[in-house]
Write a protein that binds this ligand. Structure first.
Ligand code: FAD
Length: 318
């Protein structure tokens, strides 16, 4: 079923969903099941699976020299989606990127997903690869997520690139896109970022999932700004409990977001690892309860392979 249909049918009740990462290449599917099994009691209608394109790495050769190689560290998004749907009977939402795909490759990937009965996709641009200063699309690929959304929406109308028949089947993908309550780091300001979010919605996006944030006011202000800009699709908050000291530094650096002073202080002053985890869980519970009370359509938790903290949070909130 489509994510937006789940939201409509919930009649104002806040749903729950999760995001998982494919294991590192060579890892087992069991790692995904180990993450998700304890979370299924909360009855998520859908689970997102991230997509990871190839990255440049330096590999040491037998000769002792290092050689630049391009590898995909976390392949398997589509297979994991199929396995999740098969095991749990819930919808899986694969993430799709502009990066690494030509338009015909995107079309073929969407045909595969349609045949697997995948009904939702999260359409993203992807980041610049290591050693590349900025995002570089494939020669015949999309530059921005709005263009990818446009291609998916076109297939939903039966428009394929080089249709062999007069009548191509219409796909029926519900299209999600990313939103940034603290602005996408490349956008010069929030107004410009909102302009491009709106472009994604005008191209056919049905809902928005936000980057993680630790200050709910940022989410509420973002929703208000979107509505004022005429963006009226559901805006799903993305949440991640912070549990480790190093995350005070790594999360702002990697995700371009701020940490509230009170959270930084509480995590820094916690006496040991268990106390830090407790602080992170309590913070996320408070965030979740407020978002739920104020009518967020879904609480979307980034698991990053850790189900125990998410489980502790969901038990308090649902
Ligand atoms: P876009 O919407 O294309 O925006 C990118 C930048 O370009 C923004 O600054 C925007 O303001 C600007 N822009 C947009 N359109 C135009 C235009 N026409 N002209 C000029 N500027 C424009 N990454 C992965 O690799 N795999 C994943 O699975 C993944 N999942 C994610 C899930 C969520 C919920 C979120 C929030 C992010 C995820 N990402 C993932 C990261 C994402 O790929 C990066 O944040 C990326 O830098 C931007 O992607 P986007 O789809 O928001 O890009």
């Amino acid at each position: 079923m489509r994510v937006t249909d789940y939201i409509d049918q919930a009649n104002g009740q806040t749903l729950i969903s999760f995001e998982v990462l494919p294991p590192l290449k060579g890892g087992s599917m069991q790692a995904i099941f180990d993450t998700l099994d304890p979370l299924m009691e909360f009855k998520p209608p859908f689970i997102d699976v991230t997509y990871h394109r190839e990255e440049y790495v330096y590999k040491k050769r037998a000769s002792g020299y290092y050689e630049k190689a391009s590898i995909r560290k976390r392949p398997g998004t589509v297979g994991i989606c199929a396995a999740i749907m098969h095991r749990y009977g819930v919808d899986a939402v694969p993430h799709m990127l502009c990066g690494g795909f030509t338009k015909p490759e995107t079309e073929n990937a969407l045909i595969d997903l349609g045949f697997l009965d995948v009904q939702n996709v999260l359409a993203l641009r992807g980041d610049a690869r290591k050693f590349e200063g900025k995002f570089i699309p494939e020669d015949d690929g999309h530059h921005y997520a709005s263009e990818l959304v446009g291609q998916i929406a076109g297939m939903n109308r039966g428009e394929y690139m080089d249709d062999l028949t007069d009548q191509c089947n219409k796909t029926n993908f519900c299209i999600g896109v990313a939103g940034y309550p603290e602005k996408h780091f490349e956008a010069a300001n929030m107004e410009i970022d909102l302009r491009y979010i709106k472009k994604k919605v005008e191209a056919g996006a049905d809902y928005i999932v936000t980057q993680m944030f630790f200050d709910n006011d940022k989410y509420f202000a973002y929703v208000e700004a979107c509505r004022a800009a005429g963006i009226n699709v559901p805006i799903v908050p993305g949440l991640k409990p912070l549990t480790k000291l190093y995350q005070l530094n790594s999360i702002p650096r990697l995700f371009h977001i701020d940490m509230p002073d009170d959270l930084v202080k509480a995590i820094s002053e916690a006496k040991n690892a268990a106390a830090r985890t407790r602080v992170g869980i309590e913070w996320c519970i408070a965030q979740s309860k407020e978002l739920k009370e104020r009518g967020a359509p879904i609480l979307h938790y980034y698991t990053m392979g850790d189900s125990s903290t998410i489980q502790a949070i969901a038990k308090e909130v649902y």
